[in-house]
Design a protein around this ligand. Sequence first.
Ligand SMILES: Cc1cc2nc3c(=O)[nH]c(=O)nc-3n(C[C@H](O)[C@H](O)[C@H](O)COP(=O)(O)OP(=O)(O)OC[C@H]3O[C@@H](n4cnc5c(N)ncnc54)[C@H](O)[C@@H]3O)c2cc1C
Length: 475
Amino acid sequence: MNAPNSDQYFVHAIIGDGLTAAAFLEYAVADHVDEFVIIGPNASQLGRGLAYAKAPEGASWEYAYLLNSPASDIDPEFKPWLEENWAEIERKMTGRKPDWLAAAKELIAKGDVSALNIPRQFFGDFLVERLNNVIDRYRGQGKKVRIVEELAVSIEKDDESYKIKTESGDAIVAHSIDVAPGGPKDQRMEGDESKFSAPTLFGSEERIIEHIKRGAEISCIGMNATMLDALRLCQSALPDKDLRFTAISPRGELPEPLIPDRPDLFVPELRGDHSTAISFLDDVKASIEQAKKDGFEQREIRAGYRAFFLEHGLANFVRDPEEAKFVPRTLRHWLRGGTRDTILDFHGLMVDGVTHVEKGAVREIQPGNDGATIISVDQMGNIQRKETGFVINCSGAGSSFEFDPLTNALIEDRVIDICQTSGGIAVGEGCATKLENIRFLSPATTIIGAEIMPMPLYDAHLLRSWVKRANGLKT
Ligand SMILES: Cc1cc2nc3c(=O)[nH]c(=O)nc-3n(C[C@H](O)[C@H](O)[C@H](O)COP(=O)(O)OP(=O)(O)OC[C@H]3O[C@@H](n4cnc5c(N)ncnc54)[C@H](O)[C@@H]3O)c2cc1C
């Protein structure tokens, strides 16, 4: 960022209220900043965003959704926070369905609470507490911190500053801006919004619960983290034995559970002379196979690769950037992992005939009088029809990303670019955009300066690390 005149009253705005926006505030180079303005619909709970949101108090699914990795992998400061707040967490989790404390009892007995997949809402509590301390620190330094609980709708250049328009028509003048609006929208599917279907899990819980309680079979399109959250929602509403739950995806594969097994992470050893993505991926594949032979589990392999790639960029191994761009789409499948508790429950409940997996590429959902029909195509190209009680579209963003309106405007104005290979967002060194003093980072970012992200940024630790780097801090 360019240095301002020393006599200028300098306003730095942050657009977004999630973990990335929070990291931009926490790691800001703030000496020259007189005022921070944080703009987001839930900006007074800065850090929660979509992923670590609060459920309505008293809802059966309060605290049902879990982190997808052990707490120790998400943030080094979360471990001491957990230990300090454990008694309160235990109190809040007592008597809940599914019985998270019972599943966790072995690790709790060992005092190893940071190895647990903690309810995401608690991680949100931790983030909000941390950010309130950051805000207090800035205020203690005499800076102003203004919270604007609205969506930003546009950014206009105005001589030496920018004018950010909000939904209500207000205009906020800022000299520099960090934009962190979150990932792309979930892809829609024909028939996914009806009496017997929901286009997304989050925000539809109350309606879905009614169908779970009437004993309807719940079918999820997609077998990812959101599907696992949908199973937890079901388990929060009815005893496991009374559920009927099906997940459908083209591959019909559950993610591998991320279970910490040993204190050391896998350290890859890769050759640095690959001329193609395929040759590099072969090298990675051999290293993962060797790691498994040496007794490393998916969690140690995934976290090991994440640490390795933070230290050594992909360009060190695949010099041609056009080739390197083909790496992430394969690597993300190999390094995929998910919430241990729910994946183990899913497998266990399959034996009892409660959960089912079906293979198929879903084309359409047809609502009926007392349920819905899912139309899919199997691997042989045959059309399949499945009658079910209620359908949740958990298929995620898909491959052709659809962004929020502000991101779309920035793309249209060529302030940020789209990578034609990944469909993700490309920004400059330090998350710079083409407009001076505006930076951008979201989980959909796939290129930062000369670095091509080998693993998706849908990961709290990676996002925070890239914000740190953008502010010249070591990761
Ligand atoms: C349901 C879910 C569960 C996840 N679980 C994990 C996990 O267990 N571990 C992990 O490491 N990662 C997880 N992730 C990945 C997650 O994307 C990142 O960890 C991180 O939370 C992303 O933060 P963010 O701030 O970039 O985006 P978000 O959390 O999406 O926050 C962006 C916020 O910006 C706001 N916004 C958007 N547009 C505007 C605008 N124009 N003006 C103002 N505000 C705007 C949105 O309302 C939103 O609240 C999960 C993601 C999701 C969606």
